[in-house]
Every structure is written in structure tokens, then in C-alpha cells.
Design a protein around this ligand. Structure first.
Ligand SMILES: Nc1nc2c(ncn2[C@@H]2O[C@H](COP(=O)(O)OP(=O)(O)OP(=O)(O)O)[C@@H](O)[C@H]2O)c(=O)[nH]1
Ligand SMILES: [Mg+2]
Length: 447
């Protein structure tokens, strides 16, 4: 169960059960709130945060009364959504990296993910803002720590500054000089971690801070840790005046309670979340989207972003132009399916669609994924001419050749052709509606 799913399932169930009718009264609102409270506590959200959230929702839901004419369940979900968004920090907070060079200092406990996140952050800022990035190795205590950073840099084309076991304060200063002379835009400091907060480390971090005055001091926290992370965050913040938090490892079996709690209690913005070990697995943190996800409403904005990021724009435009002029063949279908699989697997996509999340069983998702693979295999056994002129596929010899070449059954072949015909109709209907300036109706979909 991924991040958010846990809360999503619990909350949705309690909301759906109680709030279906348009006649929400004070009693059943309170009951829904009790269940939300339980779900949050089970997800390891801090008790003070839960109390505050429930109090605010209650005040809004019962205090203002439910407006007639608008469905009560929708109003309640809206209120829960607003309050969750508030608690998660209201709006997205950008990094302050406008000065040249800007310094981002990464701090946190051992194993929280500082070094990995340094790499991800440098990669992301370079990609997104086209900034020249320099990572600096300041962990002189853990054997292999500097090598880890150097390796990360080499593998991903990010420059690394390090002076071996030299005093980290001195290295930090030299790194800044080096960055100025060599036109780096942003310097990311990878500092040492400890198993627990200790004075020596905190003093060293404070000395580094004073020496280079970072624009950003970011606490990296492991999303899988429990409540004590809040004390850790407070201590780091008191001494270092943090500017933000990055929560890592939200890809695993994490319930994410720490995320909800830290931002509220320390008033520090969560700036990014880590969702995997790879260099690209860092996402900007949008409180609203996180609230969407937690409530299981689907994460349309993220889906859209992912889509625009990965889609091959030109192929899309071409297909669209063809569809608008009434054409749609197997080659178009193949392009579309390929674009889709670039965005991830079927179940990942479905989770982000509002209304569909949780409604389709894993088995159905597997079947859909399987169909996509079969379709791809079959279509790659066809010639371009056959894909462009699907009527050629009526020929028995062509069909036989494709079946032998792909190793798929006749049944699968026929199914693909049938679904293509159906999809073609839908695609053309879709563009017809678009051309008439109407909002297209999504009728089921092909797979
Ligand atoms: N699944 C997952 N693993 C992560 C994520 N971020 C970091 N890790 C893993 O967590 C482990 C520790 O990461 P590091 O970046 O070395 O942590 P650190 O804070 O630098 O640790 P020290 O240098 O020992 O203080 C590594 O195995 C990383 O691959 C994440 O977002 N998701
Ligand atoms: Mg490290």
C-alpha cells in the first residue's frame, strides 16, 4: 500500500458510508469525524495535529451549516479537503535560489536520505531551471560518504567539490569561493548525519551555517520514522533556523503521518518528497495535491504534469491533426498506446484518475496491462502499410503471418481489431464533439 492510499481508503470509506445522503445532520457529521480521527491516528499523525484538524473541520461543517441544494457529502469532503490542505502548508513553497551562487545546506539524521536527495535536487534544479549545480561533500566521518557523493555526481553528470577529510567548515568556504569563480548557480552541501542529535554535530553544522550563510537549510527526514521525528525537527530548527523539510521514502509502505505532522508543528514548509531511490524520484510538494491524494480524489494535476512531461509532443500533435481530419488507424493507436505506457503502468495511471481510484480491482488492472502488451506485440508484427491500412488485415495470409510472427492467438488478434474499430469510432466521435466546441464525453475507453 503506497503513501496516501492508507488514509485514502479509510477516509473514503467513512465519508461514503455516512455522507451519501443529502441529509447530513450534526450526529452523523460527528460520526464521520470520529472515523477520520481514527484513520489519522492509525496513520501515525501526531495527536495535536489530529485534534486541530478535527476541531477546524467540525467548526466549519457544523458551525456554518450545510447549504441547501448542494450535496452534503460533497460539501463535507470539500471542508475536509480545505482543512487538510491548510495543515499541509496551504500552498507550494519554492526554493529560494535567486542569488548567485545560492547555497542549499542539507541536514538530517543518519540514513535519512541526505546524500541521495542532494543528487536528486541538483538534478531537478539543473533540469527544470537550467542552473549550473555543484555538490559539496562535507561528511568526513562516515567512511565512504564522500565516495558515495562523488559516485552519484559522476553517474549523473553533476560536479562535486570535496577536500577529503579536511575540516568541513573550511571545505564549505572553499567550495563557495570555487563556485563563485567558476560560475556555479547553486551549491548543495551534503553534511554528515548522526544516529541521534548530538551537540558536537550540531555545533559543526552551526559553524558551517555561519561560514556560508545558506539561503536554504533543509532538513531531510525519513518518511518511515515515527513520532520522535517531530522532536528531532524542532531541535534542528531551534539551532539552525531551517527553511524547509524534504520527506523521503514515501514510495514504500509509508503511511505518511510524519509528513502531515511536521509541517504543521514546526510551521516549516515541505518542499519536496522523495519517492524512490533513483535520481528522478523527487517530486515538488503541493499541499492541495497531497490532500487530493489522501482523500482519494485522484491527482489530476500530477497526472497532467506527468503526461506533458513524458509525451512526445510532436507525435501527439500529428495524431490529433489526423483525428481532426477524420483519420485514425492502427499506427495512430500504436502511437497512443506507446505514449500511454511511457507515462507508467496502467494501475499507476488509474490511481490518479478521480472516481476510478479504488473502483477497479487489481485483477482487472492486470488484465488491462496484459492487453496492452499483447496489442503492442501484435502491432509490431504488422508492417507499417498494414497499420496504416487496417483493411489489408482481412487477408488470411497476412493474418497468418502476423500470428506466427507474434506468437499470439487468433482470438487475441480479433479482439485487437474489434477494439480498434470501437476505439476508432470513439476517437472520431470525440474529435467531432471537440470541433463543435462541446466538452467531449469519455465513453469507457478501449482498454
Ligand atoms: N525508497 C527510497 N529510498 C531512499 C529514498 N531516499 C533515500 N533512499 C535510500 O536511503 C538510503 C540512505 O540514503 P542516503 O542518501 O545515503 O542517506 P544519508 O542521509 O546521506 O545518510 P548518512 O550519510 O549516513 O547520514 C539509501 O539506500 C538510499 O537509496 C527515497 O525517497 N525512497
Ligand atoms: Mg550521506
Amino acid at each position: 500500500m503506497g503513501f496516501g492510499d492508507f488514509l485514502a481508503n479509510r477516509m473514503k470509506k467513512s465519508l461514503e458510508k455516512k455522507a451519501k445522503s443529502a441529509t447530513l445532520n450534526e450526529d452523523n457529521i460527528r460520526e464521520v469525524l470520529r472515523e477520520i480521527r481514527l484513520a489519522l491516528l492509525e496513520a501515525d499523525v501526531n495527536i495535536d495535529v489530529v485534534k486541530e484538524l478535527i476541531k477546524n473541520i467540525e467548526k466549519k461543517a457544523i458551525g456554518t451549516g450545510i447549504i441547501d441544494g448542494v450535496r452534503a457529502d460533497q460539501q463535507l469532503i470539500k471542508i475536509v479537503h480545505e482543512e487538510l490542505t491548510d495543515i499541509l502548508g496551504k500552498t507550494k513553497k519554492d526554493l529560494n535560489i535567486s542569488s548567485r551562487p545560492s547555497v542549499i545546506m542539507m541536514v538530517g539524521l543518519q540514513g535519512a536520505g541526505k546524500t541521495t536527495t542532494c543528487g536528486k535536487l541538483a538534478h531537478l534544479i539543473n533540469k527544470k531551471d537550467k542552473k549550473k549545480m555543484l555538490m559539496v561533500g562535507l561528511d568526513i566521518y562516515r567512511p565512504g560518504a564522500i565516495d558515495q557523493l562523488v559516485e552519484l555526481g559522476t553517474k549523473n553528470n553533476i560536479d562535486v567539490f570535496e577536500k577529503g577529510k579536511q575540516d568541513p567548515v573550511k571545505t564549505a568556504k572553499q567550495a563557495l569561493d570555487y563556485a563563485e569563480k567558476n560560475n556555479y548557480d547553486v551549491v548543495v552541501l551534503d553534511t554528515a548525519g548522526r544516529l541521534q542529535i548530538n551537540k558536537e554535530l550540531m555545533n559543526e553544522l552551526n559553524d558551517i551555517r555561519k561560514a556560508v550563510s545558506p539561503q536554504e537549510i533543509i532538513l531531510t527526514v525519513d518518511g518511515m520514522t515515527g513520532q520522535d521525528i517531530i522532536n528531532v525537527a524542532n531541535e534542528f530548527n531551534n539551532l539552525l533556523k531551517l527553511t524547509g523539510v524534504i520527506v523521503t521514502k514515501l514510495d514504500g509502505d509509508t503511511r505518511g503521518g510524519a509528513t502531515l505532522s511536521i509541517s504543521y508543528i514546526t510551521k516549516l514548509p515541505i518542499k519536496y518528497i522523495g519517492e524512490g531511490e533513483g535520481i528522478g524520484a523527487l517530486a515538488e510538494f503541493y499541499p492541495k495535491r497531497m490532500a487530493d491524494r489522501i482523500l482519494g480524489m485522484g491527482d489530476i494535476d500530477t497526472l497532467f504534469e506527468k503526461a506533458t512531461e513524458n509525451l512526445d509532443q510532436r507525435t501527439m500533435e500529428k495524431t490529433m491533426r489526423r483525428m481532426l481530419s477524420g483519420q485514425f488507424d492502427l499506427e495512430d493507436l500504436r502511437n497512443q498506446l506507446r505514449q500511454m505506457s511511457k507515462m507508467g503502468n496502467v494501475s499507476g495511471l488509474i490511481k490518479m484518475m478521480p472516481g476510478l481510484a479504488g473502483k477497479i480491482s487489481d485483477q482487472k488492472l492486470d488484465e488491462a496491462q496484459q492487453k496492452l502488451w499483447v496489442a503492442e506485440i501484435l502491432m509490431s508484427s504488422m508492417t507499417l502499410k498494414e497499420r496504416r491500412e487496417p483493411r489489408l488485415l482481412k487477408s488470411i495470409t497476412r493474418k497468418k503471418r502476423i500470428l506466427v510472427g507474434s506468437g499470439r492467438s487468433e482470438k487475441e488478434f480479433n479482439e485487437l481489431i474489434n477494439q480498434f474499430e470501437k476505439g476508432k469510432k470513439q476517437a472520431l466521435e470525440f474529435t467531432k464533439q471537440l470541433k463543435q466546441g462541446r466538452m467531449p464525453n469519455f465513453g469507457g475507453g478501449m482498454f
